[in-house]
Write a protein that binds this ligand. Sequence first.
Ligand code: SF4
Length: 193
Amino acid sequence: MGFKNEFLEEQLNAAGFFQYGVVDTMDINFSQEVRAMCEVNTCREHGKTWACPPAVGTVDECKKRIRQYEKMLIFSVKYDLEDSFDFEGMMEGAKQFKKACRAFDKAIKPYLEHYLILSNEGCDLCKECTYPDAPCRFPDRVHGSLEGNGIFVNEIAKLAQVKYNNGANTVTYFGALVCNEKDLKELENLEVK
Ligand code: SF4
């Protein structure tokens, strides 16, 4: 989808996001089933940082945290792979997506007081994470994952009309800006400098 405004669209494009769309947080299904998938630990990030379960709290706590806000703007980036076994390509895409989410966060931070950014799994901000022995070094810059918060990404992608699967030999990562409708509108109505 495209926005009428230029500021938000410019920031989304500058961060390299491929597609985006908005859903109501009340329409999001928070599921223990997704959390069970995290526990299988295919991504190898479970219990390793403050950005993933169990550090992010129970599914109910995640639901409450996200539903403090009214809207979720979902965005994605598609990365090309050499083939479907290209694990290195997937890892590089995951790293690049984290960077894109941070760039977007930095761009909108001066304009929004209350919001959350969610991204893909893990946190690579520090060489070694403090978890679980000491508090997170950068709690304002950590982006928890959609899945870690108990969200089925394929479900919200469908709701937001963002393509979940972009074809053979590609991997698509998803993130989100969670905020209130009035703040999203203000962001939309900002003038491009
Ligand atoms: S910012 Fe550092 S301490 Fe905090 S979750 Fe990320 S890696 Fe861990």
